[in-house]
Design a protein around this ligand. Structure first.
Ligand SMILES: NC(=O)c1ccc[n+]([C@@H]2O[C@H](COP(=O)([O-])OP(=O)(O)OC[C@H]3O[C@@H](n4cnc5c(N)ncnc54)[C@H](O)[C@@H]3O)[C@@H](O)[C@H]2O)c1
Length: 479
């Protein structure tokens, strides 16, 4: 759509009139306070109107798709939750985890039969037979490759957690196997399915800000989230998972590639682990926060405060609903969970706590990216500079300013307003991804997916190039 057409659509809607021309038929989805026409939002900014409607999450499938959940941790449970909400679309018929209490918890929730409760993922494939329509692979990063290859070989469709795999070779092998088998595989680049990012991209694609020239994108991790996942937790070491640019930020590289919609040519990256290091430990800080640290009151990374009082990131403790502070504290002292009680300066972590990258895309478009541990809250921030306008957003709302009218317009569609999207993580992206994947499986149509392996492959190559650049200090081509 041409920029003028988009603006025309916006103007007509702002006057409360009927749509004509290229925007005809596009239902209103955004902040529509009254049928008489849009009223200004709280900040007095007119809402943007006329984007593609957001469909309900209920999948349009001919039958419930039967699924085995491999990896019953945080993500496995999230995806399984879709089946509880939309039983006509998905049925969990099998569970697999090396931790028996996790298969029991999820298996019981979904009435999974005893013979369909597996330990190691190899048990799922041991019979050599296909036991369900599809598998969800939500194991740790370094355990995606083997179950994914095996599942494809046996004819399963796959919902694969990101990142695809830790090495370029493994990513290539999975991509080739998907081509060879023709199976439907969705990578969990969930932001592509979040209403906010979908609207952002649609506005850019409409031409409303002219040609994109440069993008600034920031991912503030939030200081306690950094401590939890990348200092104490499962993603603290590159060799055991993937470099943080993939483990955390493959979403961001993917979103940049998706919004700019042109191939990335080169990347120049820098970053290191500056703060969470042994030599920065305060004097007399014990190995565990639960061992009476004298610095507890002045340390924002104190595990007792983060988990028992603030109750952040408690999903790893298998609390099963019991969030009593004393129970959480007992978990922190329990040898099965006490890695999360470690002092942030006494861990075996090596992931960078700050990471910046400059990217060059086709047609001279540039982008800069910054991933930061030291921020009070998460929520990606994005600024998009176009020849005729400018977009600025914070993952919840964005404004579009047209240089001719100089009047900003606002996209501010609280996820809570879109029914079931409210309870789905990543701004509604988690469940919307599952819905699209189930529909793609039902129709045997990989093109129904926005996050196919082919497109994921490209952003992963950007991540591998970023790591090469960070280590060598040289600008790296994407190859
Ligand atoms: N798409 C996203 O936005 C997003 C967000 C967070 C995590 N992730 C990714 O999802 C994956 C899972 O993350 P998580 O937070 O759920 O981790 P988790 O640790 O909570 O869950 C992983 C589960 O896999 C199990 N497991 C390990 N080895 C296994 C094996 N051989 N067979 C069967 N089960 C095994 C573990 O016991 C654990 O229960 C990771 O790759 C992570 O990077 C994606």
């Amino acid at each position: 759509m041409k920029r003028r057409d988009f603006l025309k659509g916006v103007t007509l809607l702002a006057a409360g009139g009927a749509l004509a021309g290229p925007m005809a038929g596009a239902a209103e989805i955004i902040s529509s306070p009254s049928a008489a026409g849009p009223a200004p939002d709280d900040k007095g900014i007119e809402p943007i109107k006329g984007l593609t409607p957001i469909r309900p999450l209920d999948p349009e499938v001919s039958r419930p798709i039967s699924v085995i959940i491999i990896g019953c941790g945080n993500r496995g449970r999230t995806y399984a939750g879709f089946a509880k909400k939309f039983p006509a679309g998905m049925k969990v018929v099998g569970v697999s985890d090396i931790l028996e209490h996790r298969t029991k918890y999820l298996g019981d929730q979904h009435n999974v039969t005893a013979e369909m409760r597996f330990g190691h993922f190899r048990e799922v494939f041991a019979s050599g037979k296909k036991l369900a329509d599809a598998v969800v692979i939500a194991t740790p990063d370094d355990r995606h490759y083997e179950p994914c290859m095996k599942a494809l070989e046996l004819g399963y469709d796959v919902l694969l957690e990101k990142p695809v795999a830790p090495t370029k070779k493994e990513c290539e092998n999975i991509r080739d196997m998907v081509k060879k088998t023709g199976r439907v595989v969705a990578l969990c680049h969930v932001l592509r399915y979040a209403p906010y990012f979908m609207a952002l991209r649609e506005v850019v694609k409409s031409g409303a800000i002219g040609d994109v020239i440069n993008v600034q994108h920031m991912e503030p991790i939030q200081y306690a989230h950094m401590a939890h996942s990348y200092v104490r937790g499962n993603w603290r070491r590159e060799d055991e998972t993937t470099p943080i640019i993939l483990a955390k930020s493959c979403h961001d590289l993917d979103i940049l590639r998706w919004i700019i919609d042109k191939p990335c040519k080169y990347i120049d990256a820098a970053g290191s682990l500056s703060f969470f290091r042994e030599e920065n430990a305060p004097k007399d800080a014990p190995k565990y926060c639960t061992d009476g640290c004298p610095h507890q009151k002045e340390c924002p990374y104190d595990a007792v405060e983060i988990y028992t009082h603030l109750k952040q990131h408690t999903g790893v403790f298998d609390l099963q609903g019991n969030k009593d502070p004393d129970f959480i504290l007992s978990r922190l002292k329990d040898p099965r969970y006490n890695s999360y009680a470690r002092c942030v300066f006494h861990c075996d972590n090596d992931q960078p706590d700050h990471y910046v990258a400059i990217m060059g895309f086709e047609d001279g478009i540039t982008a800069s990216f910054s991933m930061d541990a030291f921020a009070p809250k998460g929520g990606r921030r994005t600024r998009i500079m176009g020849t005729m306008g400018y977009i600025e957003g914070d993952s919840k709302s964005f404004t579009v300013t047209d240089f001719l009218t100089r009047t900003p317009k606002l996209w501010n569609h609280e996820v809570a307003e879109i029914g079931e999207y409210a309870n789905s993580g990543h701004g509604g992206g988690d469940y919307r991804l599952v819905r699209d994947w189930l529909e793609a499986v039902d129709r045997h149509d990989p093109d129904h997916l926005s996050s196919s392996i082919d497109v994921a492959f490209e952003s992963h190559m950007m991540g591998f190039a970023a790591e090469r650049s960070r280590r060598t200090g040289k600008k790296e081509k994407i190859k």
